[in-house]
Design a protein around this ligand. Structure first.
Ligand SMILES: Cc1cc2nc3c(=O)[nH]c(=O)nc-3n(C[C@H](O)[C@H](O)[C@H](O)COP(=O)(O)OP(=O)(O)OC[C@H]3O[C@@H](n4cnc5c(N)ncnc54)[C@H](O)[C@@H]3O)c2cc1C
Length: 426
């Protein structure tokens, strides 16, 4: 768990946090555990539908991945194509999940508009440049698959990608016009403000330790008290302490470092991102960049060895940006921060039932800004009594991964392999 408040680009540029001092009830229709995007989205839906909702958060709103991410709004799967989803799920289930995920960026931006959330939202499209001819062919097929589902996705030529990025190394790429960027912490604050406006209550510094059935309801015990809820939603992502343990151990935690540079010149911005589109390429050692409102470049990386990683990854990421984008002046590191993403073995999201009226949802696999807009709403529908089999996210038993504590080492080995693969391809 990220304990002490970590300074990030987002905390440096945050709006005022909503006032959380509302009176705390002894009972709620639904108790939501975790104030990241999943929990806040679910709670917002429930509050809008007239339910009484309490959100219990172990530390602060956005203390998990939701406050630590890079703010890319990407409506697809990190490591799955529509074709792969059809292979893994029945046709009906696959179509329902693809529809949910395909529409998820639109859902984020329309929520922002509807709630008047001030979070630097830019729905300018998301670019995925293809490294190598074989990958370009794969993305061409992927673009056609999303188009067949009615999504505004198309394949751009090598020249178009070069015009969008200045980079000549790519063989074309995919553009999803519904993607874009946001300020993630301000988005979380905005969702929280809507919950509060509709009578919901959010309590920070309230780690949930246990959840017990009492009669037809659930008693949720947190540090400092307890509350009874008719329904409970576990939205604790990769975390594994207290009540989060039953779900967090079913995913592989991936520690990711985010880096923001000092602001770029308008000339550099016009050359590398003329339409301000965020970029994430297809290399194993992913190359990504986006701009914030002050034209800082934001990118990220991982560390094979965690010791000294802040300084090392910060420098390596900004050196890579300067080198690949041929920046005339090295922009320098403004700030480095880190968070943990949750990866599921099949790279798909899932919902779990832990008891009568007690559900959990996880598995956004690094695409969580858009995907939680779907997952949170699906959890709200479960809490409102819709049968889980009818919901558009796969329903599975939560199975702890064997040797969960060792999975970060597997991730480090995979990263070393990815870097080797990219070096060999070069
Ligand atoms: C560094 C990084 C970069 C990323 N970049 C992107 C990106 O650019 N685009 C994108 O789409 N996705 C990105 N992701 C993924 C995305 O941020 C996540 O998928 C998403 O935020 C998950 O939201 P969540 O609400 O499920 O989980 P979280 O935001 O992790 O929230 C879980 C919450 O539960 C709380 N909690 C845990 N245990 C307890 C307990 N026992 N009691 C009470 N509360 C508890 C935690 O404190 C936390 O606030 C990134 C992730 C990371 C880590």
């Amino acid at each position: 768990m990220e304990s002490a408040e970590q300074k990030t680009l987002w905390t440096m540029t945050a709006n005022a946090k909503p006032d959380l001092t509302a009176a705390f009830p002894a009972h709620a229709d639904v108790v939501v555990i975790g104030a990241g995007f999943t929990g806040l989205t679910a709670a917002r839906e429930l509050a809008l539908s007239g339910k009484s909702v309490v959100v219990l958060e172990a530390s602060r709103i956005g203390a998990g991945a939701s406050g630590m991410n890079a703010g890319f709004v990407v409506p697809n799967f990190a490591k799955a194509d529509p074709a792969a989803v059809y292979q893994k799920l029945s046709r009906d289930k696959a179509e329902a999940l693809l529809r949910l995920v395909g529409e998820s960026a639109d859902t984020v931006f329309s929520t922002i508009r509807q709630d008047g959330i001030s979070c630097d939202a830019e729905q300018v499209g998301w670019l995925q440049p293809a490294y190598g001819a074989a990958t370009a062919a794969m993305l061409q097929k992927r673009a056609a698959d999303w188009q067949a589902l009615g999504r505004p996705v198309r394949f751009l030529s090598r020249e178009e990608i070069q015009q969008q990025t200045s980079l000549t190394i790519y063989s074309g790429g995919l553009l999803d016009e519904s993607g874009g960027t946001i300020h993630p912490l301000n988005y979380a604050y905005g969702l929280a403000a809507t919950i509060l406006r509709h009578g919901g209550v959010i309590r920070e510094n309230a780690p949930v330790e246990s959840i017990h059935r009492s009669g037809t309801a659930w008693t949720v015990a947190y540090a400092g008290g307890e509350i009874v809820g008719d329904r409970v939603l576990l939205c604790t992502n990769a975390f594994t302490t207290g009540a989060a343990s039953r779900m967090g151990r079913s995913t592989v935690p991936l520690r990711v470092y985010q880096v923001a540079t000092k602001p770029l010149s308008p000339q550099a911005v016009a050359r590398i991102a003329p339409d301000r589109r965020p970029v994430g390429d297809t290399r194993s050692n992913l190359f990504t960049y986006r701009l914030d409102r002050d034209n800082r470049l934001i990118s990220g990386g991982m560390a094979i060895i965690p010791f000294g990683a802040f300084a090392r990854v910060g420098k390596a990421v900004v050196d890579r940006l300067a080198d690949e984008l041929k920046l005339e002046t090295h922009p320098g590191v403004e700030i480095v921060w880190t968070g943990v993403a949750a990866m599921t073995p099949d790279f798909l999201p899932r919902i779990h039932t832990f008891g009568d009226g007690f559900f959990g949802g996880i598995g956004c696999n690094g695409r969580g800004i858009a995907m939680t807009a779907g997952l949170g709403r699906v959890l709200a529908r479960a809490a409102l009594g819709e049968p889980v089999e009818r919901l558009p996210v796969p329903h599975q038993k939560a199975r702890p991964l064997p040797f969960h504590a060792l999975t970060p080492m597997v991730a480090s080995a995979a990263l070393a392999q990815a870097r080797f693969n990219d070096w060999r391809t070069r």
